[in-house]
Design a protein around this ligand. Sequence first.
Ligand code: VGL
Ligand code: ZN
Length: 206
Amino acid sequence: MNKALLIVDLQNDFCEGGSLEVKNSSNIIPVINNLIDKFRQGASPVIATKDWHPFDHRSFASVSGGKIGELGSLNGIPQIWWPDHCVQGTEGAELHPDLKPVDEIIHKGTDPEVDSYSGFFSASGQPTGLETLLKKQEIGTLYVVGLATDYCVKFTVLDALSLGYKVFVIEDGCQGVNLNPRDSELALDDMKKGGAVILSSSELDI
Ligand code: VGL
Ligand code: ZN
């Protein structure tokens, strides 16, 4: 089985200056670029996910009338209301310009009625195509980095584990939103409990 580098949502809106900025997110870009080089050298694929919302996505506080950062409900599923972000075709939805090129892009969050933190499935269980892509390339091991540790990285990793992938999370290649200060730490604990190996890029031996 092969391995792949999976870069979660490294888009302008989640980076410094973006509408849903994750603090210190630019620190992880050189770490990720180094990993991209390593995976290239080993002829292993580099896959990126993109949060890819229509302009009227109902996770947006502006659309649903909720308050940013508060918990509500969207079609019966718990939902945090977010500022408008990663709207299809906008600059904010593009991958960060300093990120080296990737081989494949998987889009998620495209249904205006359903959010999708996971790169594999929407909150209502619709597949994004990531699993199909991994199967086609006979990938069994994922090295995960990106934004945000406490949302999209966490849910992507937990789905990968339940689908049977071996998952390594590269801690210094991730950064969290931390609506509550300990959210990233708790998210890493959850991923570890689910079977992920958490390590730093300096410990990586590939
Ligand atoms: C994300 C909040 C809303 C993420 C996406 O990529 O972690 N967070 N949409
Ligand atoms: Zn989103």
